[in-house]
Design a protein around this ligand. Structure first.
Ligand SMILES: NC(=O)c1ccc[n+]([C@@H]2O[C@H](COP(=O)([O-])OP(=O)(O)OC[C@H]3O[C@@H](n4cnc5c(N)ncnc54)[C@H](O)[C@@H]3O)[C@@H](O)[C@H]2O)c1
Length: 385
């Protein structure tokens, strides 16, 4: 194979952007050959935009996967379907790239991962496009090379997802337990929850306060404060909401050898001349300061535009194609989608029950609690799908 034939399943807002990445020549060594959507208006869009370019349209994902027209699929449907369609596609021998989140609950995602593990010849990826961001990549390098030292604390305040009532009132699957499987955690935060674990590792326990429909008439959480503990004694705090304006997006990681802050497109790393533990062991002063230097990185507006066009989603798809053709290591292996989702599910479970949740979570209990909320949603006068 010298060109990978791609099918895109779900050509709504995100899937249609992915189509354009192919038709505008941003994806190398691959060609878009088929698209699929169940909505008649998306069929019309495909007939105007991509069918004239030789792309076939299907209104059922199984027909697309079984058609023989594609070697790989990109799944951009609503969340519950990601593991369902991915399992079908992997079973049928197709390379599979899923949109985030990997799914709504870990049981379905674990089963998808178990199937993927039996197909090592297939490339399985997830659209964690924020992993291509240069600032997060530099942060990862600081963690992995040991320059940050042993992590003591990781805090992320990500409250700049402002969504007014009009956003939730537009209808469809968003903002409901049945349609989406949650609120800000499952819709807006999967990238940050992935980066939280990519940089900080997996916590061992989670305690959380989640508020359903704070200042909004919705059924799902839109205000979250979660506290996490790690095996080495480090702690983490993750705060998110969709009703603060202006919001904040600030990630801070404190390590024994320095402190990393990412905010407003800027990264500042304060690197200590000597690790705090080593300094403290010999220091005799009461209020000392540890000598340090600052390393700064910044992505300006032009850099952000370039990143959006050529890195981010485009970068993940190109990397996925390179893995199929040349075995280039994947930036975001599909199996890793379960990690951020586990934290998300643990936050939900703790918020719902008021209990401290230890990881791995009780996946059956999660499904039981989720089903209760879907049932309440069906019975309530609030938003339904
Ligand atoms: N990576 C990112 O930065 C990013 C950004 C936005 C959305 N997303 C993800 O992309 C996915 C889609 O989001 P969106 O905003 O495009 O939603 P959307 O509602 O605009 O599009 C979803 C499309 O899937 C179609 N669809 C639903 N079920 C289907 C099925 N069984 N088979 C085929 N088509 C089906 C719908 O008709 C719709 O056109 C979500 O999982 C979302 O989280 C990712």
């Amino acid at each position: 194979m010298n060109k990978v034939r791609f099918g895109i399943i779900g050509i709504g807002k995100m899937g249609s952007q992915h189509c354009m990445r192919f038709t505008h020549g941003l994806i190398k060594n691959a060609v878009l050959t088929a698209v699929c959507d169940i909505a008649p208006e998306r069929k019309k869009w495909a007939e105007e935009k991509v069918v004239p370019k030789g792309v076939k349209f299907f209104d059922d994902y199984k027909s697309l996967i079984d058609s023989g027209e594609v070697d790989a699929v990109l799944i951009a449907t609503p969340h519950y379907d990601h593991p369902v369609i991915a399992k079908y596609s992997l079973e049928k021998g197709l390379h599979t790239l899923i949109e985030k989140p990997a799914g709504v609950y870990t049981k379905a995602v674990r089963e998808m991962n178990e199937l993927a593990a039996t197909k090592p010849e297939l490339t399985f990826g997830i659209m964690y496009n924020q992993r291509t961001n240069k600032l997060y990549r530099f942060a990862k390098e600081l963690v992995e090379t040991g320059r940050l030292g042993q992590m003591k604390r990781i805090n992320w305040i990500i409250t700049n997802w402002y969504r007014p009532q009009a956003y939730y009132d537009q209808g469809g699957w968003r903002g409901t337990w049945a349609g989406e499987g949650g609120g800000v955690l499952i819709n807006q935060c999967p990238h940050q929850l992935d980066l939280f674990q990519w940089l900080g590792g997996m916590p061992v326990s989670v305690r959380a306060h989640t508020e359903i429909g704070k200042n909004r008439n919705i059924n799902v959480e839109n205000d979250v404060t979660a506290f996490m503990e790690y095996a080495n004694g480090a702690t983490g705090v993750f705060i998110t909401s969709t009703h603060d304006f202006p919001g904040t997006n600030r990630l801070e990681i404190d390590g024994d050898k320095g402190k990393l802050v990412i905010e407003g497109g800027k990264l500042t790393f304060t690197e200590l001349a000597v690790g705090e533990t080593e300094f403290n062991a010999v220091n005799k002063k009461f209020m000392p300061r540890i000598p340090s230097k600052k390393i700064k990185k910044h992505i300006g507006l032009l850099g952000q535009a370039k990143m959006f066009l050529f890195e981010q989603h485009t970068g993940i798809i190109n990397n996925f194609v390179s893995n199929i053709l040349f075995k280039t290591p994947l930036i975001a292996p599909g199996e890793e989608g379960i990690r951020g989702l586990t934290i998300s599910n643990a936050i939900h479970l703790s918020g719902w029950t008021g209990e401290k949740v230890t990881l791995p979570i009780d996946e059956e209990r999660y499904i039981e609690e989720l089903e209760k909320r879907k049932e309440e949603e069906r019975a309530s006068a609030k938003k339904k799908v």
